[in-house]
Design a protein around this ligand. Structure first.
Ligand SMILES: NC(=O)c1ccc[n+]([C@@H]2O[C@H](COP(=O)([O-])OP(=O)(O)OC[C@H]3O[C@@H](n4cnc5c(N)ncnc54)[C@H](OP(=O)(O)O)[C@@H]3O)[C@@H](O)[C@H]2O)c1
Length: 251
């Protein structure tokens, strides 16, 4: 059974990935998030491929084990894995609830790593892993210290794993969007009136990020960054020392 797994499919970019994947030849798509109702709704609305709704809180270790058990039971061929579930928090480290920040690490880093580890045993030549990173992976971002560090991890992990998996011909792509108009900002606690850098950044079209990010993954690309400005920022992040860059990127 050929399948795709999408985490964080109940809204935003994950829902767009779900729509994009409908044109693939797959037996099933497994979609994961906490909100079962929202997952059912998107599957009814956009699903052409048989969809398995798996409601899980991926900050919890037992959820990872539950997913592993389902994988073991079904023994699928995982053609596409979208590690997309994630959230951010805006503010200084000591101003944001500590458990929110450690949950962020549990979801953005730990769950992504564990799910990838489990999935690898069920992937064959040609499989694709698509990890949602962010432009905040290009430099450390004050007022998003933990979030930007988690996305730097996603970027570094994706690149290293891609190299490890070369012989198996499994590709790993880090998708690095700039701001997208999703629930992200509400969850992160970004006030839309705030004159912060985040509110000045041009938005990316979420559907286009999903479509082009998936296209880049199918072409075997290591990184996909939408919009010229963000491509330029990626380059700047490689050239300009972070000690200088950090003065300009405070969220
Ligand atoms: N929007 C942006 O500006 C932006 C920019 C760059 C990168 N990103 C990244 O893009 C990815 C998708 O975010 P989005 O913009 O689409 O925001 P979103 O609409 O808030 O989507 C986040 C998704 O993650 C799921 N999720 C959150 N906590 C979870 C948990 N504990 N367990 C399982 N699933 C959980 C949410 O589902 P439930 O709430 O139902 O659990 C939702 O489906 C994230 O990794 C984010 O960091 C976003």
């Amino acid at each position: 059974m050929n399948i795709a797994i999408i985490t964080g499919a109940s809204s935003g970019l994950g829902t767009e990935y779900y729509k994009v994947i409908q044109d693939e030849v797959l037996d099933e798509v497994w979609i994961i998030a906490r909100r079962e109702g929202a997952l059912n709704e998107i599957s009814q609305k956009y699903g052409k491929i048989k969809t398995r709704v798996i409601p899980l809180d991926l900050t919890v270790d037992e959820s990872h084990e539950k997913l592993l058990n389902i994988i073991k039971e079904e023994n699928p061929n995982i053609k596409y894995l979208f590690n997309n579930a994630g959230f951010g928090a805006y503010g200084k480290l000591d101003e944001i609830d500590l458990s929110k920040q450690t949950n962020m690490i549990d979801l953005n880093v730990k769950a992504l790593t564990k799910i990838t580890y489990y999935a690898l045993g069920y992937m064959q030549e040609g499989a694709k892993i698509i990890n949602t990173a962010s432009i905040v992976a290009f430099a450390p971002v004050p007022n998003m210290a933990v979030y930007s560090a988690t996305k730097k991890y996603v970027m570094s992990f994706s690149r290293a794993l891609r190299h490890e998996l070369r012989k198996r011909k499994i590709n790993v792509t880090a998708v690095c969007p700039g701001a997208m108009p999703t629930e992200f900002f509400t969850v992160a606690g970004v006030d839309s009136d705030k004159k912060s850098l985040i509110n000045k950044m041009p938005f990316c079209n979420t559907a286009k990020v999903a479509k082009n990010g998936f296209k880049a993954a199918k072409r075997g690309r290591a990184v996909y960054t939408p919009r010229l400005l963000y491509k330029f920022l990626r380059l700047v992040g490689k050239i300009v020392p972070h000690s200088i860059l950090i003065k300009f990127v405070s969220a």
